[in-house]
Each structure stands twice: as structure tokens, then as C-alpha cells.
Write a protein that binds this ligand. Structure first.
Ligand SMILES: [Zn+2]
Length: 93
């Protein structure tokens, strides 16, 4: 994705939206301890978290690997057309 001067505004809008608005998107999270990237389908999170704001869901994300549970240092929401960095380098561009 290229540089976009409206990233900050877009990030605020996405963080304040409900997770249910992103059905069909994928959450891409990276664990700093495992150094692994995991993809979570938003569709799979909607029953439990669909009414939460994206910012709340992001705060609750933890690495799912056994005996890890670290908070991710990089989180993005993406679909076929967009990649919105929520946490990590590029999130505040
Ligand atoms: Zn981990």
C-alpha cells in the first residue's frame, strides 16, 4: 500500500466502528514473542465480539499459541482492496 496522508483519519474511523462492519475482512496480527503472523477471519469473531468497537477488540487480542498470550505488536485489518494498519509501524501515518 502506498503512502496516504489520510491514514490517521481513517485509523480513527476504523477504530471507532463496530467489528460487525468488517465482516468479510481479515485481522492480521503479529506476536513479538513468537515472531509469527496469524490471520483471523472477522466473520469468526462476530458472534462473540461483533457489537464491540474495533478498538476494544484490538485491545483484547492476545497470541493464541500455547504458553504465550503476548499482546501483538502489529495488527492490521485487510480485505481484497484495503490494508488498514491498526497497531505498529504505519498506524499513525
Ligand atoms: Zn506468541
Amino acid at each position: 500500500m502506498g503512502h496516504n496522508v489520510s491514514n490517521g483519519k481513517r485509523l480513527t474511523a476504523v477504530m471507532g466502528s463496530h467489528l460487525a462492519d468488517f465482516a468479510g475482512w481479515t485481522l492480521v496480527i503479529r506476536c513479538p514473542r513468537c515472531r509469527e503472523t496469524t490471520e483471523l477471519r472477522v466473520q469468526d469473531l462476530l458472534v462473540a465480539h461483533g457489537a464491540r468497537q474495533v478498538s476494544e477488540v484490538v485491545m483484547r487480542l492476545r497470541c493464541s499459541r500455547p504458553r504465550c498470550g503476548f499482546r501483538p505488536d502489529q495488527v492490521a485489518l485487510r480485505n481484497r482492496l484495503h490494508n488498514v494498519i491498526l497497531v505498529g509501524p504505519g498506524a499513525y501515518g
